[in-house]
Ligand binder design. Structure first.
Ligand SMILES: [Zn+2]
Ligand SMILES: [Zn+2]
Length: 137
């Protein structure tokens, strides 16, 4: 399976937007860093609702990706989002739900089901464990 990597950098912004964009991307980058450092701890607890640890790991915040809200004290002015929202969105984009066990798994650890499997539909994505259990591999 192909591994997709985000290597494309955004184009340089126009003068008026440069400062805002720089602040936006700094916060976004902090969210991505948080997501990569604590990937396993960022979990979906209900539809659209994600549990995201603070950078120190001492607290856990609740992010609502449907409404774009977070219960942390950081309230950046719109259109900025706090890093927990960015982190949750990042993990969501990097993962998919296993058709077998319903765990969220990184795309690169998922296996696509072929047309000859008796348990899953063709094109379903399953984790390594489910793939081994049901003859996908
Ligand atoms: Zn937050
Ligand atoms: Zn699974």
């Amino acid at each position: 399976m192909a591994i997709t990597k985000d290597t494309s950098a955004p184009p340089p912004p126009a003068n008026a937007l440069r400062k805002l964009t720089r602040e936006l991307s700094a916060r976004l980058q902090r969210g991505i860093n948080l997501a990569e450092e604590r990937f396993e701890e960022i979990t979906r607890t209900a539809p659209y609702i994600w549990s995201v640890p603070s950078c120190s790991g001492e607290k856990t915040y609740t992010v609502d990706l449907k409404h774009g809200t977070c219960d942390c004290p950081d309230r950046p002015p719109a259109p900025e989002k706090c890093k927990h929202i960015s982190a949750a969105a990042y993990v969501k984009a990097k993962t998919a739900t296993c058709s077998g066990c319903s765990e969220r798994v990184r795309h690169r650890d998922l296996h696509e089901v072929g047309d000859d499997n008796l348990t899953f539909f063709e094109g379903d994505l399953v984790c390594e464990g489910c793939a081994l259990d049901h003859g996908v591999l």
